[in-house]
Design a protein around this ligand. Structure first.
Ligand SMILES: Cc1cc2nc3c(=O)[nH]c(=O)nc-3n(C[C@H](O)[C@H](O)[C@H](O)COP(=O)(O)O)c2cc1C
Length: 341
């Protein structure tokens, strides 16, 4: 079915067809019944129960406009956002490009979003509806573009506060290539200061509100092995709850002359797979067996998901694979582990 619809969707500008698809998914919410994840292997990570291995990656539903419709596709978890403390427009359009010959996208959206408070309100409303209980909902958080880098920590703390009562987990996004300076937060003192502040606030919120909200850190796939090891050590030192590896890449492992191949921004999809896989493998080796890893990047089919899980990921997330392969990808990844204990 999706293979029939895809040419229609792909005939329009990428961002326009994206918002059309999101509207269609939002309409799915009107269907009766309780939302259930696709059958897979149940596991508990970060204190949360995941009914299968496959989640929606951040950025597709930044403002939580189609949560129920997306959940109906069978995802075991959804990551909404990125949101920032204040709403922002993002970069000028066009800012999203398809590269069909490579099974890839390039985006420089720049955290266009309606703000953390608006998303918190939307999730709270959904929860009151009582139909989302079985699917963890994570929220990816970032900094506003116009917040100076030396105040970035405050933006993450503000998002943590705003979303504490409604998100099942948070992902601290240090890896969007489209917010100037953000990638520097993955290194050295900047990383330690940030993690220290977030852990302190997490504990304070827990004691004040009797609710522990785990947080992951989302990394760039462009970190070299030494940098990955250093981040892994910091994650262990500060007892961060999990890691998402990772975001889109600034690299361009593409054939020369490809239309849109030179657009600035982050590349996602098939060409990203080897980088993401390498990061997951490296992190798992350094982190040991316990700390949850969410593998993300270039999962275009069930065999890519299998490779991620074998490299040491506990869960996978998809974005570009959903655009090219359609919703059936969710069930086929979940089925990899269906029936296993
Ligand atoms: C249009 C677009 C917007 C994105 N926005 C975000 C975002 O807000 N926060 C984030 O952490 N990742 C964002 N991402 C990155 C994805 O979550 C994912 O990490 C990346 O696309 C690699 O996965 P994929 O190859 O399955 O697409 C975005 C990706 C795309 C294509």
């Amino acid at each position: 079915m999706y293979q029939l619809l895809r040419p229609l969707l792909f005939a329009a500008d990428a961002e326009r067809s994206h918002s059309l698809a999101l509207k269609a998914l939002a309409a799915f919410a009107a269907l009766p019944g309780v939302v259930r994840p696709a059958p897979g292997r149940v596991r508990t990570l970060m204190g949360l129960e995941f009914h299968n291995a496959v989640g929606l990656a951040a950025g597709l539903d930044k403002d939580g406009l189609a949560v129920e419709g997306l959940a109906r596709l069978g995802f075991g978890h959804l990551e909404l956002g990125a949101v920032t403390p204040r709403p922002q427009e993002g970069n000028p359009r066009p800012r999203l490009f398809r590269l069909p010959a490579a099974g890839a996208l390039i985006n420089r959206m720049g955290f266009n979003n309606a703000g953390a408070a608006a998303l918190a309100e939307r999730i709270a409303k959904l929860r009151r509806g009582g139909r989302m209980a079985t699917i963890p909902i994570g929220v990816n958080i970032g900094k506003n573009r116009d917040t100076p880098m030396n105040e970035a920590v405050n933006d993450y703390l503000a998002c943590m506060e705003a979303l504490h009562s409604c998100a099942d987990y948070l992902t601290v996004n240090l890896s969007s290539p489209n917010t100037p300076g953000l990638l520097t937060l993955q290194h050295g003192d900047a990383l330690s200061v940030l993690l220290d502040a977030l852990k302190e606030r997490q504990a304070r919120l827990e004691s004040r509100r009797d609710r522990y909200v785990p947080f992951c850190v989302k990394l760039a796939p462009d970190l070299d092995d030494g940098a990955l090891d250093a981040v892994a050590d910091a994650l262990l030192e500060f007892q961060v709850d999990g890691v998402v590896a990772g975001n889109s890449t600034l690299a361009r492992p593409l054939p020369p002359g490809l239309k849109h191949g030179d657009e600035p921004g982050g590349l996602s999809g098939a060409p990203l797979a080897p980088l993401a896989l390498n990061a997951v493998r490296r992190l798992r080796r350094r982190l040991g067996p316990s700390l949850p890893i969410i593998g993300c990047g270039g999962v275009m089919g069930a065999s890519d998901a299998q490779a991620m899980l074998e490299a040491g990921a506990d869960l996978v997330q998809i974005y570009t694979g959903l655009i090219y392969g359609g919703p059936s990808l969710v069930y086929s990844i979940a089925a990899l582990e269906a029936g296993s204990v």
